[in-house]
Design a binder for this molecule. Sequence first.
Ligand code: FES
Length: 526
Amino acid sequence: MRMVKVDGHRLCLVRTSEGVFALDQACPHEGYGLTTGDLDGDLITCAWHNWKFRVSDGRCVLGEEDVRTHPVHVADDGTLSVTFVEPDPAEQRPKLLASLRSGIERDYTGQVARDVVRLLRADANPGELIWEAVAYGAPRAEFGWGHAVASLTDCLAMVEHYEDDDRALPIVQAIAGVAEGERDRPVRPLPDPARDVSSDPRAEFRGFVEREQLEPAQAVLRHAIAHGATADDLRPWFTEVVADHHLSYGHGAIYTQKAFQLLDRLGWGRADTVLPHLLPTLVYGTREDKLPYMKLFHRGVAELDLAALAAAAIEPVTGWADDGRLRSALLGDDRTEAASAAGAALASGAGLEGVLDAVTEAVSERMLRYDHAGEFDFHDDFGWLSITHGMTYANAVRWHVRRAPEITPDLVRLVLWTVFLANWTGRHEWHTGVGEREEIEPRSTDLVEYGRSLQHEALLDGTTAFIVHAHAVKTSVAATEEAVRLDSAVPLDAVARFMAAPKLERFVAATVARSIDFLSGRVQRE
Ligand code: FES
């Protein structure tokens, strides 16, 4: 083997019993020189991490990626000529996309990262790269959309904050989450679009979701998409079903927001993949409102006339301000008063967004005073991530409210679920008392710049497990929007504290502790 330079490119020239071959000198793994490796017949082994390549065609037989080869001609007088082939980026794109797909399938982050950078250099559209992960991950997600698929939306939006090769960071972070989460899972087939639907397919859809009939709900949805339903037509279908129940700590509303935002960027033509695979999350999500721990809140809701509150919310009073009752209720420990105070705020002209503003402010406060000791209580499943849902849920519900064609009692109920969660995330404080509020030095007085710096932080790997990373991404994005809405840095300060705080990847340890509790007949608090 010998390293030669051709037109400034370093090549590894190899003679075997079959002839003379030229390969890129840089190993596709981390770029070390192949001539420092071992040659055995037609096989070259990189000395650094043992990847193996076939010399004759560059095929990788151990490792993640083939090495490029170049034609060699041996003249009669023994002179070698090597033609260095720099492939046309446009022609390379299909091959690179196929390689990216295989990197996703095998969860090879290195291959994914290299292919993403190459594809960006070949002028690929970031949305197309994200789409590869959606197309792979959404049909495999066991219970419908999860954090990995939802992160794709936020990370795609973040690409705009970066230039050139650096755009790979949000793209690869998002794709890596899908590859890690969905690898080797079977594809969940969709039913065919329904042949016949009733005269009110929206009500039919809602009924199927309510009765947990997944396939009929998917079939009606696919029928609507196939018959030309638009995003504006279908968004209210989803808002209704996520308002029917306080679903999975708010994930129903949050993932619906992300799915529609993804389609805004990728094009409605992808709706028939994105939306039917979202449905299992909504159909099978935990209906928290049915659980005993929401009983006291329901007592407050039962006193409210949702239709009257919807009517009052149509025209909010300009300059409405909370007299302190709603904030105290959200941050207090009376679990009935939160609903009553929200109802009173709506009746006095707060509007749905006025209540959401108060929710965001209260959750920010909660994040600023959360006692980190809670992270180390393995007998309690409550922690940082639980609180962050208060922020992302309020932001998602604001998205639903703003896009709803009219203000309905369903929307009022959806807002009330966020009120519940903001109050409920105080349960840690009910056990331990209120922690000391931490004052944060803001990174910037420009809220968007401050938010972007936190979003960048979320993309770095300082957040231990993927699940924490996914929450850092969605909470930093939600907090940026909420801070701009409120013209206040407090939501961002809250996220900054969350990012900097100790967080344990405690899934195994906590599960062991709770399993021992369970098998010893001890029940969790609440
Ligand atoms: S650099 Fe060749 S295997 Fe790692």
